[in-house]
Design a protein around this ligand. Sequence first.
Ligand code: ZN
Length: 181
Amino acid sequence: MILDIVPLGEPVLRKKAHKITKVDHDVRQLANDMLETMREAGGVGLAAPQIGQSIRLIVVEYTEPAEDPEDEQTQTFKLINPEITWRSDETVMGIEGCLSIKGLVGEVERAEAVKIKALNVQGQPVKVSAEGWLARIFQHEIDHLDGVCYVDRATEIWEPALEEADESETSEESSQTATDR
Ligand code: ZN
């Protein structure tokens, strides 16, 4: 089911979301609906507050670009109560957009790599290591669970030119038009 994505200005996007205490069918269904909603919106990540639910659940789907498209692998994550347990000292600048903030992009400094612990949709503990764009997407989504939006962290925010807007539309929340590679 496609869910409505709430825009910046809705109080739910500014709240610290609640921990999920029971991983049940409803949570799994919501994660599936969020993934479907994110894909339909052309995003690479979505956090539960963005569909109006103040709970700690994120979905991420990212395809690492490769020289040969056949080598490209799509990674899909549905993470419950995700926590960043380690961030690299090295940081990178990159251009982000957000499905809750239409028509804007911004340059944001993020850790180049992160380690995350979370529960999967079976309720089992999982650890994820991510670098580059995937690490950026996780940092963006986990920020949403603490009521933080990328515009709070951005050093610069602008309305992208039409072409750029099209591109960021297809690869939100982290635009591939980035400058850090
Ligand atoms: Zn976002």
